[in-house]
Design a protein around this ligand. Sequence first.
Ligand SMILES: NC(=O)c1ccc[n+]([C@@H]2O[C@H](COP(=O)([O-])OP(=O)(O)OC[C@H]3O[C@@H](n4cnc5c(N)ncnc54)[C@H](OP(=O)(O)O)[C@@H]3O)[C@@H](O)[C@H]2O)c1
Length: 357
Amino acid sequence: MSDRKIVHVIGTGTIGEPLIGLLSAKREQLGIDEVTFHKRTPLYTDRSKVFGLFSRGAKLAVDADRRADFKDMEMEPAFTAEDALERASVVIDCTPAGNENKEKRYLDFVSTTKGFIAQGSESGFGKPYARGINDAALKPGEDKFLQVVSCNTHNMAAVLDTFVHRIHGPESLESARFLCMRRANDVSQDAAFIPSPESGEHKDEKFGTHHARDVHRLYDTLGMEPNNIFSSAVKLNTQYMHLIWFDVRLNQPTSREQLLETIQQNDRLAVTYKQSMSQVFSFGRDHGHYGRILNQAVFCLPTLAVAREGHEIVGTCFTPQDGNSLLSSVAGALWFLFPNDYDDRIQALREFFFHEV
Ligand SMILES: NC(=O)c1ccc[n+]([C@@H]2O[C@H](COP(=O)([O-])OP(=O)(O)OC[C@H]3O[C@@H](n4cnc5c(N)ncnc54)[C@H](OP(=O)(O)O)[C@@H]3O)[C@@H](O)[C@H]2O)c1
């Protein structure tokens, strides 16, 4: 590992491409010296995005046996994959193979690298992390592997944090039910679109779908055990963003005013009067970082209702595409690099946190 602060991103897909762009655009303000990225497959269709990332200052690493193919396509690699791992201070894996890459490659660099991060699908890679939710669980010098939880896990964790933990505390939770209405695929993807809404199974006897289980695992890192939480999922025939319906029951009363005040006090959350995904998505396109807003959740105010004399909170909130996972990925990398002031440094991204959408 060099003395310089080098963040190396593996994968240039749905999550990797915007992350490399964000890190490169804000590199100096974040305190990072260099951003490098690994691309596995040399493709003419992907060349334009590689050139775009070059123009923002990021440097390409490729597998040694693909180097000539990348050069033939005029994508000039700066490093081999191995050299890039050797130089990196922090590695952010943005592939669906984070666990496999950990076993095959990362463990060889564990003594020289400050830390490794993988994404939502890679359960078991390391300590689950969502910025602002479980930062207190991170142990400098001890935690080397983090798993940034999925975008919907961020959103559901934010609902519990806002309406339960910040109002009457964790003990006030009686139960929480969530319905994740998921986009079929991302706007960048051609595959897996569906013609009509599709119901998901409840594969987990205790938590319903993996979403509530992941929220439980996230809070477990703080020694909390939100047990009576349950999620269901449906896939919608849209490419825009996810929407979550929640029903939170408390053993103490609250009010709509108190909920609104709590949301306002948290810069990770936004509110909106918009009720359609297209409208919220479009706001991101015009005001976010290449379309991404970095809020953890966007509460849909017209749907927010308090029932049963203040003991039940019902409503919906939008999951702004993958912005919350991008933010936690940057926050995790900064935590490895600057454990004492990473939260100050991340304020360089403030312009993409919105109070109202
Ligand atoms: N929170 C969110 O909103 C969100 C959104 C999307 C994804 N994710 C998470 O992010 C991760 C990646 O998903 P994605 O949708 O971004 O995937 P994707 O669009 O399919 O992109 C995968 C990328 O990883 C590369 N890759 C795949 N296997 C690799 C390997 N074994 N070694 C090196 N590179 C490899 C591919 O490279 P080549 O194309 O060059 O072969 C591609 O650049 C998953 O864990 C997923 O759960 C989260």
